[in-house]
Design a protein around this ligand. Structure first.
Ligand code: MTE
Ligand code: MO
Length: 169
């Protein structure tokens, strides 16, 4: 009886807790745009600027997950936050401050990019993301893993319309 109970418990709990979110490299035709869409503060007096194709050149990855919003799920493409910060040389900062086009700001702790595959999405279903759909750049966490990643207090870190990133040491 006890064994049966345990088995039933695991069968119910498994799909909720042990889901996997796969991240794989993908190749897509670069978009023709040289417009700067992202500015990263790299040091006290220096910045790095990125166009859409420059971001994707860092290493385009595909991730499939749901989000916290209705009709907002599926394939997201972009670069791992870890790779982007590494490219700018600020991956060792203890936090980053992310500012969006609407003035929204949020802090993201280093643990997030070290421990999790957090994506800075440049595309949804392979297409550039318009501002009204939370683009052109937005954070996508691997929510379907479950646990902490699916906790609704994580939503404050799902910044959309990302404009600038700066290290907080
Ligand atoms: N650019 C931007 N991103 C943002 C926000 C915002 O106001 N602007 N709000 C954050 C917070 S606090 C939450 S809870 C969710 C809110 O998403 P919703 O307004 O679509 O429910 O997005 C996050 N990302
Ligand atoms: Mo929120």
């Amino acid at each position: 009886m006890r064994i049966l109970f345990t088995l039933v418990f695991f069968l119910i709990a498994m799909p909720l807790e042990a889901k996997e979110v796969k991240v794989k490299a993908i190749n897509l035709e670069p978009v023709a745009s040289e417009k700067v869409v992202l500015t990263i503060k790299t040091q006290e007096n220096s910045i790095a600027t990125y166009s859409h194709p420059q971001i994707e050149a860092i290493g385009l990855k595909q991730m499939v997950t749901t989000t916290f919003w209705p009709e907002d799920y599926g394939e997201f493409d972009g670069v791992l936050l870890r790779d982007l910060l590494g490219h700018a040389g600020i991956e060792k900062s203890s936090q980053i401050k992310v500012t969006a086009l609407d003035g929204y700001t949020a802090l993201i702790p280093r643990e997030d990019w070290q421990k999790w595959d957090v994506l800075v999405a440049t595309r949804h279903e392979k297409k550039m993301i318009p501002i009204r759909r939370k683009g052109p750049l937005r954070m996508i966490y691997p929510k379907d893993i479950g646990g902490k990643m699916a906790a609704s207090d994580m939503r404050i870190r799902w910044i959309w319309a990302i404009k600038t990133i700066e290290p907080v040491f």
